[in-house]
Write a protein that binds this ligand. Structure first.
Ligand code: ZN
Length: 283
C-alpha cells in the first residue's frame, strides 16, 4: 500500500543488485565427513515418542546424534533447543535464518543466542533434502514461522486453544524442569519448524504453509555440538495443510532418538566455545 509517488529513478533504485548479508565464506563450516563416519556404528541410547498435539523433552549429550522421525502419518514438529545446563542459552532462530537462510538442511547449524552465539547442533542428514525450493517459493524445515501459539489464536479468532506448539512446549519444559508454567513459558522460543513446508508469497510477501511432503520414515538428524535439552511439539496442524490452532487436522506422533557413537569415533572433536567477543560494548 503506497501513498507516495515513485521518484524518477525508481526503476534504477529497484534494479540495484542484492548482496548476501552474511557471506558463508567467512562462516565456520561444519566438517560433515567425521560426523557421518561417527554416525556409522552409533547405538541408540534413548527414545521418546512425542504424542500428537503434545510435546516431549529429550537430553542429547554433546557428540551424540538426535534423530527426529515421522511415524504413522505426515506430521510437523516445532523444535526448541537449550543448553542442558543453562536454559538461558537457547536456539536463536532469527540469527540462524540470517546465517543459513529461511530453511535448513544438511550442513546447516542451529546457533544459540547472544552472548554465546555458537553452534548448538549441526544437521548431518535430511531425508527431505530432495525437495529444494518449489515453484511457490516453499521449502522444508523453516526458521521463519516462530511457532503456533494461543495468543495469536486469541487475537485473530477470539479462541482459547490450549494445544498450540507454544503451550505444548511450555507444559513439557515445566514438567521436565520442575519450573512453574509461567516461568517455563519465558524460556520457550522461536522454533525450527521440522518437516514444515513454508514460504513467503511472491506478490504480498505473506507467510504461507502447505501440506508437508514428509512421509513416515522420513527423518532429520543432528549432531549435538553441546549438551542439549531438546523439546519437540507435534503441531496440532498435523501436516499443516490447512490450519494449526485447532483439533481439526489429522495429527500423528513424532519419534525422537538419541544415538551414541562408539568411543573415539569423534576423536579430536570438541564442543565449540562461546563467542570470543569481549562484551565491552564500547565502554
Ligand atoms: Zn504448531
Amino acid at each position: 500500500m503506497s501513498s507516495n509517488i515513485p521518484p524518477q529513478d525508481a526503476t534504477d533504485r529497484r534494479a540495484v543488485k542484492p548482496v548476501i548479508c552474511y557471506p558463508t565464506a567467512t562462516l565456520p563450516q561444519a566438517d560433515l565427513a567425521p560426523y557421518q563416519r561417527a554416525r556409522d556404528g552409533a547405538a541408540e541410547t534413548t527414545r521418546v515418542t512425542v504424542p500428537p498435539r503434545d510435546a516431549s523433552c529429550i537430553r542429547v549429550p554433546a557428540g551424540s546424534f538426535l534423530r527426529i522421525t515421522s511415524v504413522e502419518g505426515p506430521q510437523v514438529g516445532d523444535l526448541n533447543l537449550f543448553n542442558a545446563h543453562d536454559l538461558s542459552e537457547r536456539f536463536y532462530s532469527g540469527k540462524t535464518r540470517a546465517l543459513h537462510g529461511t530453511h535448513l538442511s544438511t550442513g546447516d547449524r542451529l546457533w544459540s543466542v547472544f552472548p554465546q552465539l555458537r553452534p548448538m547442533a549441526t544437521i548431518v542428514h535430511d531425508s527431505l533434502d530432495w525437495y529444494g525450493i518449489d515453484d511457490y517459493g516453499a521449502s522444508v524445515h523453516d526458521v521463519i514461522g516462530t511457532r503456533c501459539d494461543p495468543y495469536t489464536g486469541q487475537l485473530l479468532s477470539g479462541i482459547h486453544y490450549h494445544n498450540c506448539c507454544h503451550s505444548n512446549l511450555t507444559r513439557a519444559l515445566a514438567d521436565h524442569t520442575g519450573l512453574p508454567l509461567a516461568k517455563a513459558e519465558h524460556h520457550v522460543h522461536d522454533v525450527m519448524n521440522v518437516f514444515m513446508c513454508t514460504g513467503f508469497t511472491h506478490d504480498t510477501g505473506q507467510y504461507f504453509m502447505k501440506a508437508s511432503p514428509v512421509r513416515p520414515g522420513d527423518y532429520i538428524e543432528f549432531l549435538a555440538e553441546i549438551d542439549l535439552l531438546a523439546v519437540l511439539s507435534a503441531c496440532p496442524g498435523g501436516d499443516c495443510s490447512a490450519e494449526h490452532s485447532s483439533d481439526v487436522a489429522n495429527c500423528y506422533p513424532l519419534l525422537m532418538q538419541v544415538f551414541q557413537p562408539i568411543p573415539d569415533a569423534l576423536a579430536g572433536w570438541q564442543p565449540p566455545s562461546p563467542s570470543l567477543y569481549d562484551r565491552s560494548h564500547g565502554r
